[in-house]
Design a protein around this ligand. Sequence first.
Ligand SMILES: [Zn+2]
Length: 90
Amino acid sequence: MATMAMCPECEVLISIPGTLRLGKIVECPECGATLEVVSIEPPELDVVMEEEEEDWEEDLEDLEEEEELEEEDYLWEEEEDLEEDFDDEE
Ligand SMILES: [Zn+2]
């Protein structure tokens, strides 16, 4: 089953094959743009920069181990900031 969605680059309706889910990557047959599904209902596509996507994959592989170690610290910092903000508002 295919879903129709509009390419934001050339504004042509293209069909998305298979199951529609967020983050699914499709290629526009009209302009060749790489598009990501950013909304299911209604179906919406956004342009993905191909070079950027490649960099992301590499970065994720390199940083995966380091980020795991630092993740706990980030979570604590965020929680503290939120509590302070709430006090100020009240
Ligand atoms: Zn297009």
